[in-house]
Every structure is written in C-alpha cells, then in structure tokens.
Design a binder for this molecule. Structure first.
Ligand code: 5GP
Ligand code: ZN
Length: 112
C-alpha cells in the first residue's frame, strides 16, 4: 500500500520515533507547529476517524494514553493539545489516521 505513514511504521522510510508499542507509533512531525509536535499513529491502516468502529476503538484509546505519557515525558506540565483532522474539510492531508500532540507554547483557540 502506498501510504507514507505505513512506510514510517514499517521503517521503510526514516523518521524520529519517540515511542512505539504493539498498537501505536509516535514520531516527530517534519513540519512542527509547536516546540513539541509529535504524530501518534495506530499501526493499523485506518483511513480516518470515519473508519473508527467497534473493532479498533481501543487503539484510539491507547493513542490518548500515549499522548498523556509523552506529554509528561517531554515536560508539558502546563498543558498540550491532541488533534485529529478528519478528511478534506478537517484538514487531513495523510489518509492514515493520526493524532497531533502539540505543546510547549500557548495553543490558540479556535484554530484557523
Ligand atoms: P494532517 O494535515 O493530515 O492532519 O497532518 C499530516 C502531518 O504529517 C503534517 O503535520 C505533516 O507535517 C506531517 N508529515 C507529512 N509527511 C511526513 C513525513 O514524511 N514524515 C513526518 N514525520 N511527518 C510528515
Ligand atoms: Zn497507512
């Protein structure tokens, strides 16, 4: 499958991995929008939040546990943001579900 995140997960192309387990992999975003900007990505190729269902929702729960762990490890004690962009209007550009973990600055709301 021609998916850049599958290739990163399978270590066919390089990335700066900060965490991995049997369900998810987290690596640095190549275009960081905050001092800390990681992508937390299920190993399973789920296209978007619209494909989350009763068979894979526990993996999405794991994403948030990993987000909490990484936030603590990287000193984001003042807070952080976890974001999923779904499909075109949501701003999704890579069609393998992923969650942005961002912190290290005061995140603005609402986003653009
Ligand atoms: P989206 O817009 O789909 O929510 O987010 C995709 C993210 O993936 C963007 O923040 C972009 O910078 C990041 N990205 C795209 N290609 C690569 C890549 O090859 N390696 C890494 N580490 N990040 C990527
Ligand atoms: Zn994929």
């Amino acid at each position: 499958m021609d998916c850049i995140f599958c290739k990163i997960i399978n270590k066919e192309i390089p990335s700066e991995i900060v965490y991995e387990d049997e369900r998810v992999v987290a690596f640095k975003d190549t275009s960081p929008q905050a001092p800390i900007h990681f992508l937390i990505v299920p190993r399973e190729h789920i296209e978007s939040n619209d494909e989350v269902d009763e068979n894979n929702y526990e993996t999405i729960g794991q994403v948030f546990l990993v987000g909490k762990k990484l936030a603590k490890e990287y000193g984001l004690s003042k807070g952080y943001r976890i974001v999923n962009n779904c499909k075109a209007d949501g701003g999704q550009t890579v069609n393998h579900i992923h969650f942005h973990l961002m912190g290290g600055r005061n995140m603005l709301w609402p986003p653009g």
